[in-house]
Design a protein around this ligand. Structure first.
Ligand code: SF4
Length: 379
């Protein structure tokens, strides 16, 4: 089976109030150093990792904001991946972009170089909500960016949206959904806002500001999205992801199906040949390791068959198709474990949280509300 490649670009122009990703505010000199180190890491990875003849069927450049880099810099990353790691003809090649950091000329260049999917971090199409989460540009920039991408030749366009934002109402969320649908993307990701440690929103909450998401309201907003997007012809294929037929994100399916992927760049995670490993979350340590000719890996764990089975449960249950029972049972290390697992499954089925169809277990609508706790029970 072929594998996915993720490349983390750790730069943004500013930090949004909800964001806890590893990143730095963009500086040209730091970007140049990052590109040099990344080139070293790509070459080192080609020498170190046995891809066993497999090639990349998806490349995903994310961040951060990859489009803080110039189009020629982004094209050079893709060229290196092609030259050293081998990208399949017809691979899905995604670029994450901030709507205000693209131009028609730049997008044309990226499309010509082989980027064939673009994912815009839109979050909301309500200007007041954008201000409250620290986004620096109005909603109009998303409309302009989508039009430019389409003119440049991008057909496969994703929009990331968030619900449960400070000050967001069911009406304003529905309005964002309607406006997003009108932009005719092939894919929509709808995430519930969560308050992460160290973010500006967490500080605001501690100060007593009323920005904490309301769980009941978020559930209602999720239901609104599922209903409205189904009506507009989008298939929900993962808890937070909806696509037109044939446009499910191939790269993210690698994660949810427990398939191999290689992650490069500071803080990027990999899963390769039964080993999970993660890079250092520190740009300077990343440079130092690569200058010394070492992989910038901070942690590494070889998973036992039982750990692989547990992970398959956690990730696979996020997919609407669910998890294959036979594959899962074959990973169990003992009959006693299997027996215990069957009992748990029966109980969850009786509670209406999971259902079993032709050898696949999936969450029910009710179960999707409690996806994490159901996964923990089945682990
Ligand atoms: S643009 Fe994206 S990665 Fe950058 S701070 Fe905002 S949410 Fe985080």
């Amino acid at each position: 089976m072929d594998i996915g490649l993720y490349i983390h670009v750790p730069f943004c122009r500013t930090r949004c109030h909800f964001c806890a990703f590893y990143l730095r505010i963009h500086r040209e000199d730091q970007a140049r150093m990052y590109l040099e180190s990344l080139a070293r890491e790509i070459q080192l990875s080609a020498a170190l990792h046995s891809l066993g003849g497999r090639r990349l069927d998806s490349v995903y450049i994310g961040g951060g904001t990859p489009t803080t880099l110039r189009p020629d810099q982004l094209c050079s990353i893709l060229d290196l991946a092609r030259n050293y790691l081998g990208v399949l003809e017809g691979a899905e090649v995604t670029l994450e972009a901030h709507p205000d950091s693209v131009t028609l000329e730049g997008l044309r260049r990226l499309a010509c170089a082989g980027f064939n999917r673009i994912s815009f971090g839109v979050q909301s199409l309500d200007d007041g909500e954008l201000v409250r989460i620290g986004r620096r540009t109005p909603s109009e920039s998303a409309r302009v960016a989508v039009a430019l991408a389409r003119t440049a030749g991008f057909v496969n366009i994703n929009l990331d949206l968030m619900y449960g934002l400070p000050g967001q109402t069911p009406e304003s969320w529905l309005s964002t959904l309607e406006q997003a649908i009108a932009l005719e993307p092939t894919h929509l990701s709808c995430y519930a806002l969560t308050i992460e440690d160290g973010t500006r929103l967490q500080v605001d909450i501690r100060r007593g500001e009323p920005v904490e998401p309301n769980a009941a309201l978020q559930n209602a907003m999720e239901d609104d999205a599922v209903r409205r997007l189904a009506k507009a012809g989008f298939e929900r294929y993962e808890i937070s992801n909806f696509s037109r037929a044939g446009y499910a994100c191939r790269h993210n399916l690698h994660y949810w199906r427990g398939e191999d992927y290689l992650g490069l760049g500071p803080s990027a995670q990999s899963y390769l040949n039964g080993c999970r490993f993660g890079n250092v979350e520190d740009l300077e340590a990343y440079h130092r390791a690569l200058e010394a000719g070492r992989a910038p890996v901070a942690e590494r764990a070889y998973l036992s068959p039982e750990q692989c089975r547990r992970e398959a449960v956690v990730f696979g249950l996020r997919l609407i198709e669910g998890i294959n029972v036979a594959a899962l049972r074959s990973g169990a290390e003992s009959g006693e474990l299997l027996h215990e697992w069957d009992r748990t499954l029966h109980r969850l089925r009786d509670q209406g949280l999971v259902e079993e169809r032709t050898g696949w277990i999936s969450l029910t609508d009710l179960g999707r509300r409690f996806a994490d706790s159901v996964a923990v029970e089945l682990m």
